[in-house]
Design a protein around this ligand. Sequence first.
Ligand SMILES: [Zn+2]
Length: 440
Amino acid sequence: MIEVTLPQVLEARERRVYLQNALIEKNKLPVISFSMNIPGPVKTSPLVIRSFKVGLSRLEEELGKSGIKLIDRVDIDEITGPELISSVSADANEIKNICIKIEEESELGRLFDLDIINVDGNKIERQRERSCIVCGREGRFCSSRRVHTVPELQKAVRERMLAFFLELDKKRIGKLCSRALLKELDTTPKPGLVDRNNNGSHNDMDASTFEKSIESLSSYWQECFALGVETASLDSDEAFSRLRLLGIAAEKRMYEATGNINTHKGAIFLLGTICEAMGRVYDGTGLEKDVERIADECIKLSSASMKRDFSTMKGRTVGERLYLEYGLPGARGELLSGFESVRKHSLPALKKARVDGKDENLSQIIALLSLIGLKKDTNMVSRGGIEDAKDASERAGKLLEKKDLNLSDIMALDEYFMERNLSPGGSADLLAVTIFFNSL
Ligand SMILES: [Zn+2]
């Protein structure tokens, strides 16, 4: 964070006035001057710039609605803070009203300084003074008496920006998760799984069961992300234990929506952990895109708990038995490895297929086959036994070597899986994770 000096601030102010006058002289129109209201010596940061961009796009949107144009705009991005100075093709009072609306519509708007300078060189003043950023008191009382310290002001500003973007990014992550699950469902044909062609090896659910389940989970992903943000300073094991509570509640909603059918238990566990991990590394400037960093955070978050689980397994559940008998660690192992199967296999396979010109559906099928081919899917073994599971997984892996792989090959594999009652549910969960990572 670079602090600005007084001469730099004065120079920026001089430049602003110079530009304003030059634009008025040239265009004979009012001028808008937009900057951020940031207290203290640090005037810019990724968070400040992101906030400024929100203001810019709101301004362009609102002016556009009234057919008002920005003419000869100058965009400034320097350590004295981001700025826009431009002539505006409308009456100064009309523009001022639009600006006041933008300043007052959101928490972030309080940080916008949208000044209008009329053709006579005078600033259009607000009818009503803005309230104090720290305590909300009306008018200039606090600022004129310096009631609050600079650190207090800085903290209030930072919290405002964070709160605004947290809401935005929470919704975004929720959408990305729901969309990844829908795309996973839409991927057709999928061997043995419910898709848009058939119910695979399942007679108790169809695509609509999955749709209802996805709908019931739409707020869960946001909750996990917000939990990560909230618990970022807590010990990771403690933070992870709180996620379990959210997961249990989400499972309950899923079972209610599906009539007691397990559609997304794996996704609730895996994608939920990813959302919490992304919350823990969140800094307000956008969702983390670096999959390796997210994976590392997932490992940190879950390792103590996963290791405890593995060391106390007694074979009470199917998953525990498969681990003890065949060393298959299932979803827990995937999490503990930071989604190694996805990072090393399915995600590169998906990306390569897209680069090779394959369509989204076929690329997702290829990613799924690469997961099944790893022979780690515990759902395959629990339904079909270790031998059949191994054989079918090999067939899936082999198909990937076929040069002109097409949908009829996959349909034949689907038949093969259905005849043996096999369903790679674990791989399907990881396909959703793959699609989610790819969407970042
Ligand atoms: Zn105050």
